[in-house]
Design a protein around this ligand. Sequence first.
Ligand SMILES: [Zn+2]
Length: 264
Amino acid sequence: MLRKFFLVFSFICILISCTTAPITGRSQLILLSEYQEFNLGVTAYAQALKDNKKSTNKVYIDAVNRVGSRIAPATSKDYNWEFNVLESEMINAWCLPGGKIAFYEGILDIMENESQIAAVMGHEIAHATARHGGERISLGILAQIGSIALQVALRDKDPAVQYAVFQAYVPALLVGVILPFSRNQESESDEIGLIYMARAGYNPEEAVRFWEIMYETNKGKSRPPQWLSTHPATPKRIENLKRLLPDAMKIYDSSEKAQLKKLH
Ligand SMILES: [Zn+2]
């Protein structure tokens, strides 16, 4: 039994040392291959495009495609990129593994310029290039392994004790591991996305401006307390982005496209 655990542990350690997130260089634990992750992305994207109506707003469609095709090369990932705008008032956008992106009309409605599209595009694309989906699935697998290990450990205990331990395990896992993990992924995507947009020649200051607009838009709407939320609080996000801005501005200033733009 112990030997088996040791083998699994060494296997996990090998994986940890093999996978790192782009830009931040954070070590990652991902238990599925990039290929498996891409397949999940392709299937889910096809389903989402079937379940939702595509936008007919040509201005939005063109802008999202234009921004996407400028940000994609900045990632140096050879994905089969796809960009779509969906007809919905929802203020949201997402990117599935392998570079399958969707923007809802609602998020484009509140934006002031193309650089703000680039801010969201960079953030969403970063979720895919940093393989956050695969990481979340892996965490789910580990949580299950943990639960099985707990069952084995408690095998001979009183059923009331077993019940009490499990009652404590699930919320502790959620609040202590899964939610903070998800907030860290959000912050990481903000960081990577800022660099991507700067490399593509979009002004990273617009990311800060976009989150200020988001803050204004969501003001007054009830939100779960920070410790129960999957997303960092918006003021914290803005603060983090401002801290990362000087480095991103250097990249933006030296990016070839930005220089060309200044000549015009
Ligand atoms: Zn995100």
